[in-house]
Design a protein around this ligand. Sequence first.
Ligand code: HSE
Length: 431
Amino acid sequence: MKNEINIGLLGFGVVGGGVAKILQDHQEDLCHKLGVPVKIKRVLVKDLTKKRDVALAPEIFTSELDDVLEDPSIDLIVEVIGGTREAKDAIERSLRAGKGVVTANKDVMAESGLELLKLADENKCDLFFEASVGGGIPLIRTLEDGLASDRISALTGIVNGTTNFILTKMKHENKSYEDALAEATELGFAEADPSADVDGIDAARKMVILASLAFSTDVNLDDVYVRGMKEIKDGDLELAERFGYTVKLAGSAKKDEEGIEVAVEPVLFPNSHPLASVNNEFNAVYVYGDAVGETMFYGPGAGSLPTATSVTGDIVAACRNLMLGVNGSRLHAPQHKKKVKDDSQKFARYFHRILVKDEVGVLTKLTAIYSAHGASLATVVQQPEENVAEADLIFITHQISRQQHLDIMNELKETPEVIGVQSHYRVEGEA
Ligand code: HSE
């Protein structure tokens, strides 16, 4: 029986610093829960000369991964380096060295999760990744354990803290996109390269992880339809508000007998929808299960201590397994062969904002295009523009397929009276 658990911490940035703080501040509670102390034995960093405001002995820092992996007293590796190549290599080497891994790395888990979980199983090691999705919200464990007996049919939610923070600041504090992004970066929410946040890639990676687990299949990034924040045009937030909606960059994953569909895109949520009032860096995910019905999980989606809470939660789980000698004993192979729906099988309501020449007959001509594509309209509104010769037409459809939506967009772009399709959104919920 072990009398202490030693950790090798790879990376000491926003999340790594939070992990060290929690392990230190909550040591007494952790020791009570596990029966033994949990210590950080080595810390891998790039720059040994960097000043760090932390109560860890300077000699435990190293810039050599081998110093960590070859230390036989280290039981568990915590990977919070971020990025892909170096982090994946470190995870692989740790597992091959027989050391369990806790990672916060959504990039690696989205791209190579199944491969790494297989490697973990082969080496009888745990590989836990709670912090890869939803910051401090225990979503992965909820899917793997809490809802393990149910059949999940859909997940929908806000899984990127940075974009939600930016949209909140733009809507409620009239901040510019640039100022709000700078603030999110300053607070440690944004990725090292924030284009991953604003282009929807970070959220897409998280949806890959969630959908793979929820549907027990091997979803990958190419299966996700991605539209980022840049698709939200000037005036859209106010316009959406006028129609009773809030714009959120949201992820969705659905499964039915025809297959799965996974998307990340700006979505209009009715203001009465709980996701419309999820603000700042908070995340929230709805999970629909055949048996449980509708559940919602909410909490801080980014930031040092919330994310570190998920990492340290995984450390506790891995330590318990080590103490009981049951580490690496989960089955990770996906149950189902993946079947991805095509655009004609995906249904939603759509909001279209179209700038047109303000001429007699334009509205009739455009509504005829919707009819010709079999799309029924729930709302048609004309908004005056500063230029009196132009007008903004707003169309909200009833349920149509994504293919119908795309065909309508294409035909509108070819129509001489249309100056431009300003923006278009999926609308959540029924009319
Ligand atoms: N950049 C990420 C976000 C961090 O804003 O959600 C948490 O994964």
